[in-house]
Design a protein around this ligand. Structure first.
Ligand SMILES: [Fe+2]
Ligand SMILES: [Fe+2]
Length: 268
């Protein structure tokens, strides 16, 4: 694990960066998640470090790198999202505001156990998303703008790289017993619903802007493309996320997809 600082240039990026624009809009909607969740992850993991005290120097070191990686992800996504705001989608900020406020509320009022389990839930989604992006989406990524594809590949490959840090933090603080397991799975389901609902809200907004001025036929064709792209992404994620529900789930045992390691070497 290491910190990488790629110099992406989004100055010429278009929101419709992939040939299937509905596919691009789903990822544009996903791009609002790191903008708000990653500062939250960093704050939660700083609390974990404090709770660990002098114990587990290895985990504390991993948390350091994890946090630095998340800060870089957030920075790049904020720059990318700014381009979306400037390109006719400023209204997405209104949808982001209550989502951002949720994380402030979690930090102020929820237990550390909840927050660590929530972070682990997100990280489990992140490593599954990474495998989907590297293994299943070639048909959508062909002919797409490289800077958007590179942003996602770099971010998701690092998500895969640091996939077990939150899991280790949760297991170290709360153990691996039946209650710890049930609580982890319950909060995972909560996080998946929370993040999924937010993402769909943003995606629906982005696509509603695109559909203004479309004819009935164009609108129907766009809705069909949306459905197909979403099914593709969801099916890939669901089959991988089933593992999270196992009491023997261990993200450390997952093998990187082809392409992840060379991609990371490119930025090392
Ligand atoms: Fe990240
Ligand atoms: Fe992460």
């Amino acid at each position: 694990m290491k910190v990488r600082r790629p110099g992406f240039d989004f100055s010429t990026i278009r929101p419709h960066w992939a040939p299937v624009t509905e596919f691009a809009q789903f990822y544009n909607a996903f791009s609002t998640v790191p903008a708000h969740i990653e500062p939250y992850l960093v704050k939660v993991m700083m609390r974990v470090k404090e709770a660990l005290g002098d114990k587990n120097p290895r985990l504390r070191e991993d948390i350091e790198i994890f946090n630095k990686q998340e800060v870089q992800h957030c920075k790049q996504h904020l720059a990318f999202n700014n381009r979306l705001y400037e390109s006719g989608y400023a209204g997405m900020q209104e949808i982001e505001a209550p989502y951002k406020a949720d994380y402030e509320r979690f930090l102020a009022s929820k237990s550390l156990r909840f927050n660590v389990a929530y972070c682990e839930g997100f990280e489990a989604m992140g490593s599954a998303s990474s495998q989907v992006f590297f293994e299943e989406l070639d048909e959508y990524l062909e002919g797409a703008d490289e800077s958007a594809v590179d942003l996602w590949k770099w971010h998701l490959a690092e998500e895969f790289e640091h996939r077990e840090v939150c899991f280790q933090a949760y297991s170290t603080l709360y153990g691996k017993g039946p209650f710890a397991y049930l609580y982890r799975v319950w909060v995972f389901a909560y996080a998946a619903k929370h993040i999924g609902t937010h993402t769909m809200r943003v995606a629906n907004y982005l696509m509603s802007v695109d559909r203004e001025g479309m004819s009935e036929e164009e609108r129907a064709a766009s809705q069909e493309r949306q459905k197909t792209a979403l099914n593709k992404i969801r099916q890939g994620s669901r089959k991988r996320l089933l593992k999270v529900f196992s009491p023997f789930y261990n993200p450390g045992k997952m093998k990187p997809s082809p392409g992840m390691v060379p991609l990371l070497e490119k930025y090392s």
